[in-house]
Design a protein around this ligand. Sequence first.
Ligand code: GLY
Ligand code: MN
Ligand code: MN
Length: 434
Amino acid sequence: MKSSEFTARRTQLMAEVGQGNIALIASAKVRTRNRDVDYTFRQDSDFYYLTGFNEPDAVAVFIPGREQGEYILFCKEYDEKKALWEGAHAGLEGATTDFSADDAFPIDDLSDILPGLLENKAKVFYPMGRDASFDHQLMEWITHIRSQTRSGINAPGELVSLEHLVHEMRLIKSDAEIELMRFAADISGNAHIRAMQQCKVGRYEYQIEAELIHEFMENGLRHVAYPSIVAGGKNACVLHYVENKSVLNDGDLLLIDAGAEYDHYAADITRTFPVNGRFSAEQKALYQLVLDAQFAAIEEIKPNTPWNNAHDVSVDVLTSGLVDLGLLTGDVTQLIKDEAYKDFYMHRIGHWLGMDVHDVGDYKINDQWCVLEPGMVLTIEPGLYIPKNCLKVDKKWRGIGIRIEDDVLVTETGYEVLTQAAPKTIAEIEALMN
Ligand code: GLY
Ligand code: MN
Ligand code: MN
């Protein structure tokens, strides 16, 4: 991502924050995995969106109209020894030259400098409630400023959610963001192809997970956007199954929900296919129904359409299909009203996608579903899950879990499926696997 993209975001944010106010946001922290081993660092998405700065121990401050510079970055000072052991870090000089901060200060001086920046500001925009220790710290600074009112210094009177502003910006993806998402989607789609090709009766779910990771890593995508779900047979009916340790049985389906992250942007793809390469009659019937629901839902993706239309259409298609197949009985309209489908389709059609897999952005405002706009990216992921112990339906359907998930960009005229690489029709899947 070019630095001009980050600059443009900050300019937009400054305009919304407004003169006389201040915004601040802290970086993510390094988290301990065990004893002295850390989890791989992942920057906070909002922080990265505004700064492009990929280090922990940093705080970004935005002060519209400040003469000595509007954008201040507190970060670690450059340390030769640290560079030798842990690798490069920007330091104060890098913060200004490489990351376009107008001013940079050592993070250790935050408590000395930040209260002065808060003085006489009306509103403080910051991500409230995200980090209890930061919340506490900010309150202390503000309380301290309040104690000085007799010397003519005013403390900020309003705390405002910064997320609201940033998340509205993040909801609409720029061309540069879409390029990154397209790449994450392509590689992730290829990983699903590899999984289909390498799937064999008797292999283990974790071995197929390894095939996915191989494709991600081989292409430089070192991180998954979320833990991969590799669920054979009835495991697919556990929506967040991530144990991935069962053997793959002849005659079962395999549901894989996996996507890589590329430069902080996620792909999120689900494919379901037969372990032995051929769908049984029951699997075929349910799979085609989910696919029909997915195609119908995707057709609802266009500007000015309420977000929920896609969900409603998926419910219509799935409910009438379940009646046709005999898994539900009754009048379709009444069954929809009674939410009878929820026994088998218990989640919603999808979610916003971006830097976070379940990305930021409102779904409803004032009780109205948001309407789609060009540049939004969302998943469309209908599914049917017939639990092994579901006595309501004929035995032949039990233990089948199917989801089909694609990432869809809203365009000026309709939609573009970003995750086309991964095949999903019955004919395409069987041809690839045989
Ligand atoms: N992979 C998480 C989801 O599909 O929502
Ligand atoms: Mn999803
Ligand atoms: Mn998914």
